[in-house]
Ligand binder design. Sequence first.
Ligand code: ADP
Ligand code: BMX
Length: 514
Amino acid sequence: MKRDDNEKSVSALKTTLKNALIVSCQPVPGGAMDDSPYVVGFALAALSAGAVGVRVESARYVAAVRAATDAPIIGLIKRDLDDSPVRITPFLDDVTALAEAGADIIAFDATDRVRPLTVEALAKAVRDAGKLSMADCSCVEDARHALATGVDFVGTTMSGYTGGPEPVDPDIDLVTSLRELTPDVIAEGRIRTIEQAQAAARAGASCVVVGSAITRTEHVTAWFRDALAEVYAPAPTVLAVDLGGTKTMAALVQAGEVIDSVVFPTDRNNSCEGWLASIVEAAEPWKGRYNAVGIAVTGAVRDGYWRAMNKATLGIQGEFPLEARAVDLLGFPVVVANDAQAAAWGEFKATDDRSDLVFMTVSTGLGGGIVSDGRLLRGISGHFGQMRGQTIENLPIESRICGPWIAAEAKRLGHECEPKDVFSAADGGQEWAVSIIEAVACRFARLCCDIQLAIDPARIVIGGGVGLATGFLDRVRAEISALSPSATPELWAATLGPKAGIIGIADLALSDRK
Ligand code: ADP
Ligand code: BMX
């Protein structure tokens, strides 16, 4: 094709696709619709109802659709590579195959990741084949780079698929940002509703691609099935409480998600009856919305009774019949547990990893929990903060690691402030603060190494206000490598962050229910 003709056909295609709906006809791989007659059927049905173009995967399906229509086809080939996360049209041969099959536009992954071929090389190959190119981008930088290589369209296709949890909603903000770079923006990815398609158009998309919501029967069926299940068999809602030495969190938890929550300081001068009363008061607005109750508390919990291991963490007097009193006050069966053991269970359930784990909270006190062979160990197991091996005086190790020690030590050095201020000062390089945090990190690192020797868990998960403070884990890891222990613990930050205890006790409230 001569250059002028090519420019004419590029602008003609851009005009055709302007303000249009494109339907992506990609069956679920291996599913009942994964065959040419279905793909062609979906494409012709969509076009007959006003879609202007279709997006089709594989040279085989592009050829089949091309034989049935002259409408614009965006072609792509998906591959699962061993050495690259890039899936969409990674190779030059793919470009050639799609061009030969009759695609008008060839889409390829334009993300900045390990890839077999550069975006430049693919853009050039598409151009050389006399076709238009669509760069499937995950962010503005991808699009800027792709446009510099001369691509014809940029799409939002890859947004949310390059790491981290997959979002539910389409990335309309990315459409807005890409529109500042070029008018040739194709909105694509997770557009499931009419309102979302309109939002993409309003954000400036030149055209909008809708896929699963129109052509993946399996997905649409599952959306309806799940929505109906919520009505026909709602997941039980749990009133979950995590009472620590500094703060108390109460929440409503459904299917492992916190749907409402409140956090308030634990009144350290109160009594067990008083703490329980504050929980009942916090839960009052949720009356009628929950059908199970779980309460996790700092301190030892055995047979429904609650007592302190260390009264400095919270001054629980004697043995308190926590379960029985909570049942009296709330009028529900109640499951009670130690806070750190509940958090250990929450973290175990939060991932698919079924290997043994130890959880430790570095907070007002230092608590812990052990999950071994898929079972949460109960009793006083995991109370690592009570160990005395490393201490000089006859005090538990937690009295020289946690928030109260950090604050007391800062005060001793002439800086009356909160532990989080000590962390900020340490970050800013102030020596008095660095010395405190390093001392804590060093003691905690030794404790982690000892636990590795005693239990040999696949991972030690860390939570708590101090444990999750910025930079703390890195310092502990550095201390561990300086110790060069005979067995190196693998440290993780709690996946559920400060909600580990709440989500864990919510699950125990259902699984331990008598
Ligand atoms: P609890 O002990 O009640 O479960 P936390 O896990 O929040 O509560 O731990 C409380 C301790 O952690 C307190 O000593 C508090 O000062 C400290 N802390 C809380 N947030 C931070 C932070 N961002 N950085 C450092 N320390 C913190
Ligand atoms: C203490 C002990 C543990 C608790 C841990 C963390 C008491 C009152 N508590 O070691 O039972 O798990 O603190 O509790 O003896 P937090 O209050 O710091 O979250």
